[in-house]
Design a protein around this ligand. Structure first.
Ligand SMILES: C[S@@+](CC[C@H](N)C(=O)[O-])C[C@H]1O[C@@H](n2cnc3c(N)ncnc32)[C@H](O)[C@@H]1O
Length: 394
């Protein structure tokens, strides 16, 4: 993967630079209050979600052309239409079913899915949105008011997972936005990567890893059948399996579709992947320094889908399938969506072709992004997974 360096990144505009300076001062104070360092997971959590300051909690544009990165629903309404098709199948199998979207971003996917449900002839009685960012909640409401005002009464914003939920859960690029710990294997020991201050800069520091991290690294090495080599750096997510556990408590009957960029554990901790999977986005430039541009760049980490699968199985969820985004779209209804393609004006055909390429080509989002479907209860496996399933690779 080619990353940019700080020198080649675009300059922040004045308002963003001022906001970043405020977030920087807040983080410096948090580090001082904590005695000189924060674990990377704490730093990432604050940089993304500190109320009124963090990247997702404050007012930056984030999504789409004017923001920092583009997600599948922002690229094409086809994504939401096909997700809605797959959801419709599962919704038919479940009594009193609703939809729950977790981490709805700009509201793009919600708007597209509601329109698609309508054209498929079955808008669910309730489309729940669980979103941690009040700023994004407001933007989601605004978009839905503008684009689907007649369906707004079906949309409900939640402050936490429902105690009991029946239906379909969708989360696109949420797992990668959950804070991760970073660790280093050195001299036969495990160290936890932390963030400290040097003047007004943030710098990496280390402490001996907690028992929890040491146990998690030992489990990884046992799964791999080999120790990670000296100097090996990578990430560990405790938040992502916890997310699955919380979801499993809520989900009584239904299916959860989790989309994200990620790989199996074997690939995640491959010997040549010795610098981890953190990725930062600033104005559509990807780089790997999470310690700069606090509060105005997105921080993400790829997902270890084997860990997600293991957490799901531990909680008694069924794994209905695991596949690439490309396989999901092709098996999930892309062909049906394209039935009238030839009747479209040429300009529209070209536009759609470009969107499909971005969503499905291996060098774009097709291979790196995966979909995992987890379920509980008597539910047929969604048809997308009849096309292809890679669960055995996990
Ligand atoms: C990378 S964005 C993806 C947004 C959207 N799903 C999309 O595909 O465009 C991550 C989203 O997850 C939200 N989020 C992060 N952690 C969350 C959590 N624990 N519960 C609910 N939403 C969360 C963020 O505020 C943001 O809306």
């Amino acid at each position: 993967m080619q990353y940019e360096t700080f020198a080649t990144l675009p300059q922040a505009d004045q308002l963003s630079a001022e906001h970043s300076a405020r977030v920087g001062r807040y983080l410096q104070q948090r580090i001082a209050d904590a005695g000189g360092d924060l674990s990377f997971a704490e730093f990432m959590h604050e940089a993304l979600y500190a109320p009124g300051l963090g990247y997702y909690s404050a007012g930056a544009t984030k999504f789409g052309g004017a923001g920092d990165f583009t997600t599948a629903p922002e690229i094409s309404p086809l994504f939401g239409r096909i997700v809605a098709r797959q959801c419709s199948e599962a919704l038919r199998d479940v009594r009193d079913s609703e939809v729950l979207e977790i981490g709805a971003g700009s509201g793009r996917l919600a708007a597209d899915m509601l329109v698609a449900f309508e054209s498929l002839g079955g808008v669910p009685p309730v489309y729940n949105i669980l979103e941690v960012s009040p700023d994004l909640q407001a933007r989601q409401r605004q978009r839905l008011e503008q684009e689907v005002p007649h369906l707004l009464s079906r949309v409900r914003w939640l402050s936490g997972l429902p105690d009991q939920f029946n239906g379909v859960v969708v989360a696109n690029e949420v797992l990668d936005a959950l804070p991760v710990e970073r660790f280093v294997r050195r001299d036969g020991q495990v160290f936890q990567s932390c963030v400290s201050c040097s003047g007004d800069q943030f710098v990496w520091s280390e402490r001996p890893a907690s028992r929890k991290i040491i146990a998690a690294v030992a489990e990884i090495e046992s799964d791999l059948g080999a120790a990670l080599r000296d100097g090996y750096i990578s990430e560990l997510s405790f938040a992502a399996p916890a997310f699955v556990r919380d979801l499993s408590v809520s989900l009584q009957q239904g299916i959860a579709f989790l989309f994200d960029y990620g790989v199996s554990r074997r690939e995640y901790y491959a010997p040549d992947r010795s610098d981890g999977w953190l990725r930062c986005h600033f104005r559509h430039h990807a780089h790997n320094d999470p310690l700069i541009l606090p509060g105005i760049q997105d921080l993400t980490a790829w997902v270890d889908f084997s860990a997600i699968a293991a957490a799901a199985v531990d909680c008694g969820l069924d794994i209905h399938g695991f596949q690439t985004q490309s396989q999901f779209l092709m098996g999930g209804g892309l062909e049906q969506e394209m039935q009238n393609f030839e009747a479209l004006p040429t300009a529209r055909q070209l536009e759609l072709s470009g969107q499909i390429k971005t969503l499905t080509l291996p060098g774009e989002m097709g291979e790196n992004f995966k979909c995992m479907a987890l379920g509980r209860g008597e539910i047929d496996t969604p048809s997308a997974f009849h096309f292809a399933d890679r669960t055995q690779t996990l």
